[in-house]
Ligand binder design. Structure first.
Ligand code: ATP
Ligand code: MG
Length: 574
């Protein structure tokens, strides 16, 4: 075999002999040694045999020792004896490294040659310490996306294989923290102790490992829990134009998980750093931060970080799911994620397809969302519910990314600008939203209470259209209109005010039994509130029955008789 030795000065005969012996021992065949003069390795040698590189330069040895020592500091226990043994056992000649060379670098992408056996998705390390991930394999070179500052990487410098795939630290310690896409804290609250390390890309659980979605994930928003219920393990898309309250729905859902033993992960992709900070602050203010991880790859961060952020967030949430817990993850938002991926792909010189996205952009999101699941009992019974968010342009749901994600998810909550400005907030378009599995996850109480609501609303919308220009209406139609109007009004809900399940059931029972009929629209909310407070005061036992998920005939009658009393009293006052 042939080997090359790089050094400043030609090695002496005895040194040459030692290299030859070393190579023979290692590869079991006599080696032909060739000396290449190079000023790059002062005070040492670099030996190259095939793809293997042995770094005996002063710089290389320092780097190896540094690696050995930092591996020690990650172990726990008394550090002094560990350090001593690490230094004593350190043998610079033992490890062969595969080294490549940076051809060009810029815009978060480095082109590297010489890493002949590198794998797709493998992490490589540049000489300056910055890491990157191989994302494009070609015959003579590979494209690496860089997780750090590209300006520190010099063309011509070395790149080392690590033989590891990308992963993030995970664990309980991340709850209550704001981290970047690599799991580093960015909230200034000090270091985070990780319990484990998980690959950011992980196969989704198979069919046998799953069980059906049958437990509700309560959002606390009446319109969603009653009409488009979400189950634990489900993926429900929140879609709408900019500034229609998409983030607000996710935020309220997180706030509503307080005390429900659900771990939340909020992944912010391509947003303003200020908005993310505001989000974290709101969580803290409402006591929701202790069970939430905020993972941010902001608009100012490089495209590679924005690209891996959802996967990293998913790995953090999966850690809890596979330990039998319930987790909720919000991806805010996947349209910006797709744009970051498009940027990367174009820089990697992949051919653009529809709307300039690369051909595998569907796979980008399907492999991410498929990782949400409700696990079987055998697997621990944990769950991961996903709320991806997508921004549309002028309400166009037929664009590329929205159609992709609509077809991957189990339903969508469609938000509309016009409703938002009419004051109907949350601005959910009831006709276009669906939840394909959540109905199975509603508790009996909510299911019974919500009963005919969807149908009633559909009827109301139809009647409304037909009677828009009619001047005199018969009393039945008028009643139906005012009933529908009341229902729609009831679905308005301010931010940060999630309803408990009991409140939702009471509101629904009263409304659907026409108890709000005749109340002026602008007073519906206050009236309904007063009514359910009164009912609860009359029958304090209701709360525990409904929280257990049941609603008996007797309870329903009690609610209705108390509601009628309240109504009569209110009418008398007027
Ligand atoms: P972007 O496209 O910028 O991400 P978005 O669709 O996420 O916007 P939000 O930021 O959630 O929208 O909400 C926009 C504004 O509407 C915010 O100021 C928020 O406080 C307000 N808002 C959202 N939901 C409600 C609500 N139910 N009641 C009152 N105000 C609301
Ligand atoms: Mg938003």
């Amino acid at each position: 075999m042939k080997a090359e030795i790089f050094s400043e000065k030609s090695p002496s005969e005895s040194q040459k002999k030692r290299f030859e012996e070393f190579l023979e021992r290692r590869y079991g065949a006599p080696a032909e040694l060739e000396w290449v003069q190079s000023d790059e390795y002062p005070g040492g040698f670099r030996l190259r045999a095939g793809d293997d590189v042995y770094d005996w330069s002063a710089e290389g040895r320092f780097a190896q020792l540094k690696g050995a020592l930092s591996a020690v500091s990650e172990k726990q226990g008394n550090i002094i004896p560990l350090l001593r043994s690490a230094v004593e056992e350190w043998n610079p000649a033992a490890e062969a490294e595969e080294l490549g060379k940076v051809l060009s670098v810029g815009d978060g992408i480095a082109m590297v040659s010489g890493l002949d056996r590198v794998a797709y998705g493998e992490i490589v390390q540049f000489a300056c310490g910055v890491k990157g991930m191989v994302q494009d394999l070609q015959r003579e070179r590979c494209g690496v996306i860089v997780f750090g500052d590209c300006r520190e990487i010099a063309a011509g410098s070395a790149v080392k294989r690590t033989r590891k795939t990308a992963g993030v630290p995970v664990g309980e310690g991340f709850l209550g923290r704001v981290v970047d896409a690599l799991g580093n804290p960015i909230d200034g609250k000090g270091e985070i102790r990780a319990d484990d390390y998980r690959p950011i890309e992980h196969p989704a659980p198979g069919i046998v490992e799953r069980s059906p979605v049958d437990k509700p994930l309560e959002t606390g928003l009446l319109v969603i829990d009653a009409l488009f219920p979400i189950g634990r393990g489900q993926r429900e898309l929140i879609i709408g134009d900019r500034q229609t309250g998409k983030t607000a729905i996710a935020l309220d859902t997180i706030l509503n998980q307080k005390g429900k033993n659900v771990v939340c992960v909020y992944v912010a992709v391509g947003q303003k750093a200020g908005s993310v900070a505001q989000f974290a602050k709101t969580l803290e203010k409402h006591g929701a931060l202790p069970y939430t991880v905020v993972l941010a790859a902001n608009a100012g961060d490089a495209a590679p970080l924005q690209y891996i952020a959802p996967y990293a967030g998913c790995a953090m949430a999966e850690y809890f799911m596979y330990r039998g817990k319930d987790a909720l993850i919000v991806y805010d938002d996947l349209s910006k994620h797709a744009v970051a991926y498009r940027t990367l792909s174009l820089l990697l010189e992949r051919s653009p397809g529809r709307e300039a996205y690369p051909g595998d952009v569907f796979y980008l999101h399907s492999r991410l969302l498929e990782r949400s699941a409700r696990l079987s009992e055998k697997m621990g019974g944990g769950s991961l519910t996903a709320l991806p968010i997508v921004e549309t342009q002028a309400g166009d749901v037929s664009a590329y990314i929205p159609t992709n994600i609509i077809s991957i998810t189990d339903g969508q909550i469609f938000l509309e600008t016009q409703l938002f400005f009419e004051g109907q907030r949350p601005a959910v378009n009831i006709g276009l939203s669906v939840s394909r599995v959540g109905g199975a996850a509603q508790t009996k109480a909510v299911k019974r209470a919500a009963g005919s609501m969807r149908l009633d609303l559909a009827q109301y919308r139809e009647t409304e259209v037909f009677t828009q220009f009619a001047s005199d209406l018969d009393s039945t139609t008028q009643k139906q209109l005012s009933y529908g109007q009341g229902l729609v009004r009831l679905l308005r809900q301010p931010q940060f005010r999630p309803y408990s399940q009991t409140e939702e059931v009471l509101l629904l029972v009263c409304a659907l039994h026409r108890m709000l009929l005749g109340v002026p629209p602008e007073r519906v909310s206050a009236f309904a509130r007063g009514m359910i407070d009164y009912v609860l005061k009359q029958y304090p036992g209701l709360s525990s029955e409904i929280s257990a998920g049941e609603l008996s005939d007797e309870a329903e009658n009690n609610i209705l008789s108390a509601a009628a009393e309240y109504r009569a009293a209110a009418e008398k006052k007027r």
